[in-house]
Write a protein that binds this ligand. Structure first.
Ligand code: UDP
Length: 318
């Protein structure tokens, strides 16, 4: 297939672009490099540096079999302080992309949605049928896009899939997480092991969890990429499939820090800090729908595997 990958210079987008290219697809990456890196675009993929809203129509006029839409603003804290950047950058940009797909009859879409659409869950593990009550603007914009995709797919015949990511981590060789402003737990902890930070702050140890620290569902980025390939192959016209992607196993902040100590051999000093605003105690995916309907199976679900791959990537970049 000829595929347009938006945000293919970013973390998840570059890993997926690499896997799509290796699977024999023709990949065109479009990215404005606002947070991505030109050297993260995999070899063999054509790269167009452009604003997606401005360039989507001209690009899709070439004729594409599908779009994988990764490009997004994705910092929860920033989304609360500067919501305009998120409503315009995520929702308006995606509407422009959807319009271009409609005009040029692009048949397939895979969209990077998020567990943040659920907000504070009533039950854990979280199924796709859970109530969607996002507690931050980032999650609200992703939910609005999911809803727009449902109407576009139903009315205009697209085969669409939204993949709701839980905590994506790990790396794929030279492709990994390299945010200018790092907020995610595993890369922050590894920065301590690299000597780039003194210590890690654990946001709260009085949560209603087994060891008092927050529990999250960490999914290896290559398992995530596999789900995108399956979604592309299996989506049906006029339908919008929505799938959670996680390992179905939760790990606490303390368990993550311990796993990083074991993998790196570094003592990694960790302090207990106040809770971070907006953090739910525990977020774990029920991913049975993706397993049953897409035939997806996470194969790198061990926390040690995720940390080893993230560590190799982080060390190689030093
Ligand atoms: N966390 C932490 N210290 C940090 C960064 C994150 O204790 O420096 C915690 C955070 O409160 C959450 C978990 O680690 O419980 C995962 O946070 P992250 O930002 O990686 O992902 P999120 O779950 O917020 O999407």
């Amino acid at each position: 297939m000829k595929l347009l990958v938006t945000g293919g210079a970013g973390y998840v987008g570059s890993v997926c672009a690499a896997r799509l290219h290796e699977s024999g697809h023709e990949v065109v990456v479009v990215d404005d490099l606002s947070t991505g890196h030109a050297d993260a675009v995999p070899d063999g993929c054509r790269f167009v540096q452009a604003d997606i809203a401005e360039s989507a129509a001209a690009l899709l006029a070439e004729g594409f079999d599908g779009v994988l839409h990764f490009a997004a603003k994705s910092l929860v804290g920033e989304s609360m302080q500067d919501p305009s950047k998120y409503w315009w950058g995520n929702v308006v940009t995606t509407l422009a992309l959807l319009e271009a797909m409609r005009t040029h009859r692009t048949p397939r879409l895979v969209f990077s949605s998020t567990a943040a659409v659920y907000g504070e869950p009533d039950t854990v593990p979280i199924p796709e049928s859970a109530a969607t009550r996002p507690t931050n603007t980032y999650g609200a914009t992703k939910l609005a896009i999911d809803q727009a995709i449902t109407s576009y797919a139903t009315a205009y015949g697209m085969a669409a899939t939204s993949l709701r990511y839980f905590n994506v981590a790990g790396a794929y060789g030279a492709f990994g997480e390299r945010h200018t402003v790092e907020t995610h737990l595993i890369p922050i902890v590894l920065q301590v092991a690299l000597g780039l930070r003194e210590q890690v702050q654990m946001f709260g140890d009085d949560w209603p969890t087994e060891d008092g620290t927050c529990v999250r569902d960490y999914i290896h980025v290559t398992d995530l990429a596999d789900a995108h390939l399956l979604a592309l192959e299996q989506a049906q016209p006029n339908q919008h499939g929505i799938y959670n992607l996680g390992n179905g196993t939760g790990f606490s902040v303390k368990q993550v820090v311990d796993a990083c100590r074991e993998v790196t051999g570094h003592p990694i000093p960790a302090l207990v800090a106040p809770r971070r605003e907006g953090d739910p105690a525990s977020l774990v995916a029920a991913s049975t729908r993706a397993q049953q309907e897409l035939g997806w199976q996470p194969v790198r679900s061990q926390l040690s595997r995720i940390v080893i791959d993230a560590w190799e990537f982080a060390r190689a970049r030093q």
